[in-house]
Write a protein of this length. Structure first.
Length: 290
């Protein structure tokens, strides 16, 4: 991750960042201390801004995680974090915004579930340049299909590709393959030991494919040519973590039996990026300044 100097945004730019987060419909993370089930409770909430007026924002809760143990924060305080895409001289960059705030109101639905918060956000916040693409932690239930195939040569036709996928399905390898995380530019996958041994001794390119569980049944799989970036044993319950960088993406719009691959090494996959947008990421947050 490249890191820029941390600095503050004063009123005009800060409020514009909040409004931009609403317009871009980015995922927002809010750490808060609320009265929950009879006691003060720290929790992490994921959602989006529905409306922004100056420093006040209506925050819609999509996901709630209660932090166990005694609360360590003051009631109705919060910290926010979100990322925005912005233009720079070298192209688009992602900037992470983080700062403190206050919970003004709490809303519940008819099942008495936390539904929304009205927040007053800080006059200033810390900003840092983030990774080009957010990394999404991935559980097996998020995939209908997923796998990694070492390649001695790149499949040239649809028949070649079907043969490779059939070979994977008929093997003893898990399907869907467990993934540690995934982004528009790469993936960290838990591969079986036999593939890990092969990867240690050879510098194969790899075919990675995935069908997310939320993808429409008619949508084609996401298929990438990838190169190995490294191995790590302590990230997986079973097997070894293989980090892959996507270099080319299968172009499903190309007619005929021959496959066409689009170079995405510099940009990542726009199609996968759009699919991952609503998933909660595990971006490192910025330590708050005093």
């Amino acid at each position: 991750m490249s890191v820029a100097n941390t600095y503050c945004l004063w009123n005009s730019n800060t409020t514009e960042a909040f409004a931009c987060a609403m317009r871009q419909r980015v995922s927002v993370r809010v750490r808060s201390c609320l009265f929950h089930q009879g006691c003060l409770t720290d929790m992490v909430l994921h959602g989006k801004f529905r409306s922004v007026e100056g420093r006040e924002a209506q925050f819609i809760v999509r996901h709630k995680e209660v932090i166990p143990g005694k609360s360590k924060a003051l009631e109705n305080t919060c910290e926010f974090f979100f990322c925005l895409e912005e233009e720079s001289s070298s192209g688009k960059v992602r900037l992470g915004y983080q700062g403190p705030g206050q919970v003004l109101e709490v809303g519940y639905n008819e099942k008495n579930e936390l539904r929304n918060l009205r927040l007053r956000l800080a006059n200033n916040c810390s900003v840092r340049q983030m990774r080009r693409d957010k990394r999404i932690p991935w559980s097996t239930d998020r995939s209908r299909l997923a796998g990694v195939v070492p390649l001695e040569e790149v499949p040239a036709t649809r028949t070649d590709l079907r043969g490779l996928l059939a070979q994977y399905y008929n093997s003893s390898h898990p399907n869907p393959l467990p993934l540690v995380n995934i982004s528009a530019g790469g993936v960290c996958a838990c591969i079986p030991d036999d593939l890990a041994k092969l990867s240690r001794t050879s510098n194969f390119s790899y075919l990675f494919f995935i069908v997310p569980s939320t993808a429409p049944a008619t949508a084609p799989p996401y298929i990438f040519l990838s190169k190995k970036m490294g191995l790590c044993r302590n990230l997986c319950d079973e097997g070894t973590a293989l980090r892959l960088l996507f270099t080319e993406e299968l172009n499903w719009d190309s007619p005929g039996p021959n496959l066409k691959w689009n170079d995405i090494l510099a940009s990542g996959s726009n199609r996968l990026r759009a699919c991952l947008e609503d998933y909660y990421d595990n971006e490192d947050e910025i330590p708050l300044t005093a």
